[in-house]
Design a protein around this ligand. Sequence first.
Ligand SMILES: NC(=O)c1ccc[n+]([C@@H]2O[C@H](COP(=O)([O-])OP(=O)(O)OC[C@H]3O[C@@H](n4cnc5c(N)ncnc54)[C@H](OP(=O)(O)O)[C@@H]3O)[C@@H](O)[C@H]2O)c1
Length: 273
Amino acid sequence: MAKTIVITGASSGIGKATAKFFHQKGWNVLATMRHPAGEKDLKEDSRLKLLRLDVEDKPSIDEAVEASIRHFGKVDVWLNNAGYGAYGPLEAGTDDEIRRQYDVNFFGVIDCIKAILPHFKANKSGTIINVTSIGGLMTLPLFGVYNSSKFALEGLSEGLWFDLQPLGIQVKVIEPGGIQTDFAGRSLTQFNLSQFPEYHAYSKSIVEKFTDPKYAKNFGTPEMVAEVIYTAATDGKDTLRYLAGKDAKQFWFARRWFGHRFQMAQVKKYFGI
Ligand SMILES: NC(=O)c1ccc[n+]([C@@H]2O[C@H](COP(=O)([O-])OP(=O)(O)OC[C@H]3O[C@@H](n4cnc5c(N)ncnc54)[C@H](OP(=O)(O)O)[C@@H]3O)[C@@H](O)[C@H]2O)c1
C-alpha cells in the first residue's frame, strides 16, 4: 500500500519540491498550504490532494489531520516545513513581529505535532520531520530572531526524539543551508529601522553581503532538499539530524571540529564586523 506524507507550506520552494518528489516516488501526498485555491502547479489526482492549512490557525490543522486520514486512511510522515524569516536588529522588531515569528516557526509546529500524535500513537508508527535550518545550529548577523526560532525547534525535536521512540514514532530534522527558493523574495520580512539610525550602515553592509552572488554560489536546490527529506523518511534509521547542502556541511564542519568561537570569527570576517 502506498505510504502517505502530509506537508505544510507546500505552495512553494522546498515544500512544493518535496510534494512533487514523493508523488513521483509513488506516495500519497497531502500538500497543505494557506491558499490552495490559488495553486496552479500541483495538480490533484488520486494520490495528490491539496488542503488548506495555516499553522497559525489551529482548527485548520485539525481539519487537515482529519481530511488526510479520511482520504488515505493512514498518515506515515508529517513534514513541518512552513516557515518564514523576520530579520533585523532585535529592538527594531515590534512585539507582534517577534511573537509572530515564533507563532509560525515554532508554536505552529507544536500545534501540528500535537494534532497528528494521537494518530501516530494509535498506529504505533509514524515519522515527524521538522525543517529547521543550519541556522538552527549557528546564527548569522541580523538573524537572531529567526535563528532562535529554529534553535528552539532543534531543541524541541531532540527532546521529542527521546520521548516518542518508545511509542514507535521517529523524529527527524532537516537542516538546509542556503537554498535557491524564493525565501528571500517572499518569506523574509525586515524590521523597520526608521527609528534606529545607529543600525543603518551596519544593516546595509550586512544585507549587501547576503545579496552578493558570491554568497549564493554554494546554495543548493529545493529538489536536493526534497531528496534528503525522502532519505530521512525512508532510511529506517533513528538518525535525528540531516544536513542539506554544501554550505550547511561546511558551516557545521567548522563549528564542530574547530569550535563555535572559530566559526563565529569566520562569520564576523565574512561580514566585515
Ligand atoms: N531557502 C532557504 O535558504 C532555507 C534555508 C534553511 C531553512 N529554510 C526553511 O525551509 C522552509 C521552507 O522555506 P523555502 O525556502 O521553501 O521558502 P518559501 O518558498 O518561501 O516557502 C515558505 C512556505 O512556508 C509557507 N508559510 C509561511 N507562513 C505560513 C503559515 N502561517 N501557515 C502555513 N504555511 C506558511 C509559505 O506559504 P505561502 O505561500 O502561503 O506564503 C510557503 O509555502 C522554511 O521553514 C525555512 O525556514 C529555508
